[in-house]
Design a protein around this ligand. Structure first.
Ligand code: ATP
Length: 610
């Protein structure tokens, strides 16, 4: 399988740009400091060597008739004063610094006239280099401010980065094809006509067909939305411009909208082509009437709507957008002529997972015991990206274990590493904690054995993995579309099995059950507020965007939800305790074996029930 080699190196490019700007900034500072140094060396150094004179001293000297000459130079704030007396003129010279020559002249004019002091105003030719350095130095704060602004704008991307093009200007098209996407056959079937249209638009136009403008791909991250968009472009042999919704989010008002405009201008130049906007919810979420960044977002979204409406019929541009939060999108985006086609990209089913595993196994070495079907069975709910990651991790594990090829156990380890975390065999655990963990995990396993809807135990371990002190893994041998109420209730009982075992066997409860409690409470809450599974409340949905909307249900309903959540959890906890009390001998035996062996396989576990 070709990996996504042509994925934009957007981040690197942005980093390079920032680096370039910083270098430019440093160079500019160096220039300014250089100019300042020249200025100081030519101007300041002389001054430092001369003897300075204070203004009050000058007035006293004038009054006492001790001044022979006052020399001023236009454009300079230093005044040369020659004291009266004998000896070399240079010896008698002093310097006085004044804020402005003009003002100083006016101030002392009267005194000078009276005392007959020689007053000279020179038009000293200024070294042009010095002049530039001087003005550059005085402009320093302004220049710094402008450069800083430019840097921020550049980081924000005003530089006009309006989408990464794959193909088009340089003729390169995405190399991804439909055959690089495993599973998703129906979705591919739906999109094949888009490919055909991009290949020969005229045939469709001649027939009077209206071409879809926008296609929205809904799905969890990693389900292959980007891959599909690229494959459409690859199959049709057209360029692909990709941009992420978050790249339109700008600090300065109007910039997001201008980037949308630029993106479409670029697309029109290289049409026929595909525009792919990932994470469209970043700009396409429902418009609000608020101010600030919201208004900026609204402007960006409005511009996107305008651009999509403004396509000419002969412009063969298809906009594909991806999101995993469809409920967030502004309704206007989904109107006819815009994203009027929506395709859900689901997480792969059993066959899909096997196909993805096989596809991603192509350039790896596997031992003969590897069974992709069974791995697919153990990875229900995994996305394509996660499955690709499993195989990559298993290759790393196999290399570390110095295996000749990737074995089935390397893959199983990779799955556990991804789901529960890395095994921490070296962590020192006290005997008390080990005992607590052993009973906790044995509790989960034993309780679930007595729950008909729960799947069989695959492995129980008290070796810490990730953040967990131990774990009970269950087999996943079925892809389910719907989950029944009984199943949810029993799942809560299995989750409570850990806490119940701690209480019954050790008369103690610990923090180890926190995650189980969180998950169980979540299930109870969803049963009542999302799935409408409560007998008293009935089939109502309390899913609201804003907590204020809950007010329409009245306090009685809200209180009932709170009460029923408690009832569900209490019942689950009690049921778990009852199951364990009736099977104490099995609970003890499983816990003892865990303390001894640290890990129990599914076969070993089943033996306790024979
Ligand atoms: P996101 O929402 O995070 O952008 P996505 O849905 O766009 O994710 P992709 O970037 O297309 O996901 O998929 C990530 C990677 O997962 C792909 O590059 C590919 O390696 C793998 N992958 C996902 N689905 C499939 C599939 N059906 N067949 C083969 N590989 C897949």
């Amino acid at each position: 399988m070709k990996k996504d080699n042509d994925k934009p190196k957007g981040k690197n490019r942005k980093n390079n740009e920032i680096l370039k700007t910083i270098v430019l900034f440093i160079l500019l500072i160096a220039c300014i400091v250089g100019a300042g140094t020249i200025y100081y060396l030519n101007n300041g150094k002389d001054k430092a060597e001369e003897k300075e004179l204070a203004y009050t001293e000058l007035i006293t000297s004038i009054n006492e008739g001790k001044i022979e000459k006052i020399e001023m130079t236009t454009g300079s704030n230093s005044v040369k004063v020659t004291l009266a007396g004998e000896g070399e003129e240079k010896e008698r010279e002093k310097t006085l610094l004044v804020p402005s020559t003009q003002a100083f002249m006016e101030l002392i004019q009267e005194k000078v006239d009276k005392d007959g002091i020689k007053l000279e105003l020179n038009q000293k030719p200024v070294n042009p280099l010095l002049k530039v350095a001087d003005s550059l130095f005085s402009l320093l704060p302004t220049i710094l401010l402008v450069v800083l602004m430019l840097m921020i704008i550049k980081m924000q991307g005003l530089g006009g980065d309006s989408g990464k093009i794959y193909g088009g200007e340089d003729g390169r098209k995405p190399e991804v094809r439909f055959e690089d996407i495993a599973g998703l056959d129906e979705e591919k079937g739906e999109l094949i006509e888009i490919v055909d249209f991009l290949k020969k638009p005229q045939a469709y136009l001649d027939m009077g067909a209206k071409i879809p403008r926008g296609i929205l791909l809904y799905g969890k991250p990693g389900t292959g939305k980007t891959l599909i968009a690229k494959a459409i472009a690859g199959e049709a042999g057209v360029p692909f411009i990709s941009m992420s919704g978050s790249e339109f989010i700008e600090m300065f008002a109007g910039l997001g909208a201008s980037r949308v405009r630029k993106l479409f201008e670029k697309a029109k130049k290289i049409s026929p082509c595909i525009i792919f906007i990932d994470e469209i919810d970043a700009i396409g979420s429902r418009r609000t009437s608020n101010s600030g960044s919201e208004t900026e977002n609204n402007q960006t979204l409005n511009q996107l709507l305008v651009e999509m409406d403004g396509f000419e019929t002969n412009e063969t541009i298809i906009v594909l957008a991806a999101t995993n939060r469809p409920e967030m999108l502004d309704k206007a985006l989904l109107r006819p002529g815009r994203f009027d086609r929506q395709i859900t990209i689901p997480a792969p089913d059993l066959n899909g997972r096997e196909a993805i595993l096989k596809l991603h196994s192509q350039n790896k070495k596997f031992a003969s015991d590897v069974d992709f079907k069974s791995i697919a069975g153990d990875t229900a709910g995994f996305t394509g990206a996660e499955l690709a990651n499993v195989l990559n991790e298993s290759a790393i594990i196999a290399t570390r274990n110095k295996h000749d090829a990737i074995t089935n156990s390397d893959i199983e380890n990779a799955v556990k590493k991804i789901t529960v975390g890395l095994e921490k065999t070296n962590r020192v655990i006290s005997d008390k904690d080990k005992r607590l963990t052993a009973y906790h995990e044995a509790g989960h396993a034993v309780v679930s054995k007595f729950l008909p809807t729960q799947t069989d135990v695959k492995e129980v371990s008290i070796i810490p993995r990730g953040l967990a002190g131990g774990y009970t893994m269950y087999k996943t041998n079925e892809d389910k579309f719907y989950v029944s109420k009984t199943e949810l209730l029993e799942k809560m009982v299995a989750l409570m099995g850990g806490r119940a075992a701690e209480k019954i066997a050790l008369n103690e409860i610990s923090t180890g059950a926190s995650n189980d409690i969180e998950v169980a409470t979540g299930i109870a809450k969803d049963m009542l507020t999302v799935y409408g599974m409560d007998d008293k409340l009935g089939p109502i949905s309390l899913k609201v965007d804003d907590p204020y909307q809950l007010q329409i249900f009245g306090e009685k309903v809200i209180d009932e939800v709170g009460n029923q959540i408690q009832v569900l959890i209490d019942t689950a906890y009690r049921t778990a305790q009852e199951i364990l009390s009736a099977n104490m001998n099995i609970l003890d035996a499983v816990a003892m074996t865990l303390l001894e062996k640290e890990k129990i396989t599914s076969e070993e576990f089943e033996k306790f029930f024979e």
